[in-house]
Structure formats: structure tokens, C-alpha cells
Write a protein that binds this ligand. Structure first.
Ligand code: C2E
Ligand code: CA
Ligand code: CA
Length: 400
């Protein structure tokens, strides 16, 4: 990083920092030597710093003036780190790290203690960074307990046939009902679970629940078509790499008497990129059992397209950002059209997810997309609500 930063060549005796300045930059000494002077009019030497040392960083972070003077002792080269650059780096940093840094600066100034993690805002006033960081810490701390105490729930979102909106299957989507914080969505906790290794336990829980719920969901789906009724589960990269994952899935299906032909596994392009050989092996073994493989969020990754031919992928799910942009972006429409054509030429089924209105569904039908998923048809729901949803759709007696 230091290679990109501006340098200042200073002769001996140059003053870098004056008394009382807040400082809009910190400096790293690339070569040379400086003295830091404090006390009245810089009468006391506080430190001598040389190659690799940093100064001005605290004032840069907290924006407060410091009563010190920094003067070069020999010709010195300084690397200048601007406040704007630090702000940019901090913005991209994990909220927990940012918060810890803020706390350290805060303590340094005022010797404050840690606030109550459950009370957002608190006595010290609102801080979005602190709230986000504390929430992340609390969720990380509580997640293992949540799995043990049945706080996870599995919701099911219907997937329908494009031509007549007949129900063909479901995607299983996990939720966490936190006793204090309420419903937590997977995008917030799956990433944490991946970092802490808990994703394996969550994945097993999801699979067991989906397979055991299947006996009461299956009969709502249309049977006898070219596709068997199915339930789809999401597997993250970490879960794919887990030894014994194929055996676990096989045994789970056998224990519940579920046909492998009725289970679909969804993986993203990122998973494919991460460890191609390992993923290919796992997919081949799953496919050999008869389990269908869907490529999720298609169009958002950078995996190239050759894997579509080489891996046993039978379904392509076009990412909802393209579906939702289709109405006002010709480019998105063309991407969707090309994805459907590509899939068709490879004998792969396409699912459009994120359909929120009838017009989008109509255009997707026109380009030949075969399966639909989205709020326009149904939001994800607990297994216990599927029957009422099916009855309501039938009672309306009209196409969705
Ligand atoms: P995904 O696999 O792409 O799942 C589809 C997401 O789109 C779901 O969000 C679903 O509720 C949402 N969605 C469906 N239709 C619409 C629509 O019409 N409009 C909009 N705006 N959204 C729609 P959800 O349930 O929040 O899940 C988010 C992501 O979390 C999933 O994205 C998936 O990557 C991950 N996830 C969910 N459950 C699991 C799980 O059991 N295991 C793993 N590893 N990941 C999971
Ligand atoms: Ca998915
Ligand atoms: Ca998706």
C-alpha cells in the first residue's frame, strides 16, 4: 500500500507538525529520523522515531488537536497517509473492527466502558457503526445456542411452472427467530456462520428439516410432469468442502424415505470457482445419486461458462437483479434472454427468481423461461402455511 502513497523529502530541522494542529494526515518514516517535542513551546523531547515508525495517526483518527511538534533530525523521507484514504479504508472494514477501533479511540479520550450490547443507541447516543458492530458480535455469540435451542426455522418459497403457474416445488430458506432481536434473515447470519464454522451444523439442520417436511409438502406439488416435484436447498462453499457431505445427504434421504430425484441442491458460481476439482467430484457423486444441481444467482459471478458443460448442472437460476431490472433495462432483458437460450441449448432448465409483477412474468414466458419464483406468486412461508396458500390460490380461481 505504501507504494501508492505520496512521499515528502524533508531536510534536517523541518517542522512537520505544529503545536495545536488536528492534522489531516498521518506520516510513516520511510527513511530518516524525527523528534517529537511536547511541553510549553516544544521544550521537552517526548520521543525519537526512525524508519518504519508512524506519527500523527491518533490525531488523524479522532480529529482532535495534539500539543506536539515533530521536527526532522536528519534529511527524512515521509510517506503521507491522508485522512480521506484512512476514512475510505475504515468504511470498507468489518464493522466489528471499526467499532473496536472507535472504542479504543474513545477510551483513549474519555476512559469509557463497554455499552450494553442489546440496547441500540444507549446513553452515549446513536452510532450506526457501533450498533452494526454490536449486532454482529451478539449474533456471532448467540448463533451456536440458537441451533441447540431450535431457534432456526425453515421457510418454503413456491416455484411454479411458467406456462400455467402450477406448483412444481419449493426453495427452502432458513430464518433465525432471535428471542430478543426478532427475525434475522440468512444474509445476515450465514456469512457469520461460515466464518465460525457453524454453517456445517446449520446446513445439516436445514437438510434434515427440509427432508422431514417433504412428506407433507410433496402432495401440494404437481406430479406426473417432465419434472418430479422437488425441494431445493442452498449449500454454501464451506458446506461443499465438508468431508462426508454426500454420505450425509444420502443417509438423510434414506432415513426419511425421500427419493433423491426430488431433492435439488443450489450452489452459486462462487462455489464453483473456489475449488473446481473438489466441487466437480462432489457434484458428480450427488448427480450419481439422482440429486439435481441448480446453479444459483446466475450472471453475478465470474466463473466463465465452460463449467456449464463440464459439471452436471440441470437447472440455472437467473439472478433476481436481472429479473428486476428487465422492465427498464434493455441490457438486463438481453442478458436474461441469452441465459435462457444458452440453458436451452445445453438442455438445462431455467428458473427466474425475484418476479414481483405480472408484466415481468409475461415477458419471461415470452423468452422461454420455464420456472418462476418470486413475491408475485408467493413469499417464503413456514411449511404450516403452505396448505392455506394453496387453498387461497385455488379459491381465487385465476392465474396468479
Ligand atoms: P437465494 O438463494 O438467492 O434465495 C432467494 C432470495 O430471494 C431469498 O431471500 C428470497 O426470499 C428472496 N426472494 C424471492 N423472491 C423475491 C422477490 O420477488 N423479490 C425479492 N426482493 N426477493 C425475493 P432470503 O430468504 O433472505 O435468502 C437470502 C440468501 O441467503 C439466499 O439467497 C441464500 O443465498 C442464503 N440462504 C438462505 N437459506 C440458506 C440456507 O439454508 N443455507 C445457505 N447456505 N444459504 C441460505
Ligand atoms: Ca438459492
Ligand atoms: Ca438466488
Amino acid at each position: 500500500m505504501a507504494d501508492d502513497l505520496p512521499r515528502e523529502q524533508l531536510p534536517a530541522n523541518a517542522v512537520v507538525f505544529h503545536v495545536g494542529e488536528a492534522g489531516d494526515a498521518a506520516f510513516m518514516i520511510e527513511s530518516g529520523c524525527v523528534e517529537v517535542l511536547g511541553g510549553d513551546c516544544g521544550s521537552r523531547r517526548l520521543a525519537v522515531l526512525s524508519d518504519g515508525a508512524l506519527f500523527g495517526e491518533v490525531a488523524l483518527l479522532d480529529g482532535l488537536p495534539r500539543t506536539a511538534t515533530v521536527r526532522t533530525l536528519v534529511p527524512t523521507t515521509l510517506v503521507r497517509i491522508e485522512r480521506a484514504q484512512v476514512d475510505e479504508i475504515l468504511k470498507q472494514t468489518n464493522p466489528v473492527i471499526r467499532h473496536l477501533l472507535e472504542l479504543l479511540i474513545d477510551r483513549f479520550r474519555n476512559c469509557r466502558g463497554f455499552p450494553d450490547p442489546y440496547s441500540a443507541g444507549g446513553a452515549e447516543g446513536a452510532s450506526p457503526v457501533r450498533d452494526a458492530a454490536l449486532r454482529t458480535l451478539v449474533l456471532t455469540r448467540d448463533l451456536s445456542h440458537a441451533i441447540d435451542t431450535d431457534q432456526l426455522e425453515l421457510f418454503y418459497q413456491p416455484i411454479v411452472r411458467a406456462v400455467d403457474h402450477e406448483l412444481l416445488g419449493f426453495e427452502a430458506l432458513v430464518r433465525w427467530r432471535h428471542p430478543v432481536l426478532g427475525m434475522i434473515m440468512p444474509l445476515e447470519f450465514i456469512g457469520l456462520a461460515e466464518k465460525t464454522g457453524l454453517v456445517h451444523r446449520i446446513g445439516r439442520w436445514v437438510l434434515e428439516r427440509a427432508v422431514s417436511d417433504w412428506s407433507r409438502l410433496r402432495h401440494f406439488c404437481r406430479d406426473g410432469g417432465p419434472l418430479p416435484p422437488f425441494v431445493s436447498v442452498n449449500l454454501s462453499a464451506a458446506e461443499f468442502g465438508e468431508p462426508g457431505i454426500v454420505e450425509f445427504i444420502r443417509d438423510c434421504l434414506a432415513a426419511h424415505g425421500m427419493s433423491p430425484l426430488e431433492l435439488k441442491v443450489e450452489l452459486t458460481e462462487t462455489v464453483v470457482i473456489e475449488d473446481r476439482e473438489m466441487v466437480a467430484q462432489v457434484l458428480e457423486r450427488l448427480a450419481a445419486l439422482g440429486i439435481a444441481i441448480a446453479l444459483d444467482d446466475f450472471g453475478t459471478g465470474y466463473a466463465g461458462l465452460d463449467y456449464l458443460k463440464s459439471l452436471p448442472i440441470s437447472c440455472l437460476k437467473i439472478d433476481k437483479t436481472f429479473i428486476q431490472d428487465m422492465a427498464h433495462s434493455l441490457r438486463s432483458f438481453e442478458i436474461v434472454q441469452s441465459a435462457v437460450n444458452l440453458a436451452w441449448s445445453l438442455g438445462i432448465t431455467t428458473v427466474a427468481e425475484g418476479i414481483e409483477d405480472a408484466e415481468t412474468a409475461r415477458r419471461l414466458r415470452e423468452v422461454g423461461c420455464e420456472l418462476f419464483q418470486g413475491y408475485h406468486f408467493a413469499r417464503p412461508m413456514p411449511a404450516g402455511q403452505v396448505e392455506a396458500w394453496v387453498a387461497a390460490v385455488k379459491a381465487e380461481g385465476v392465474a396468479l
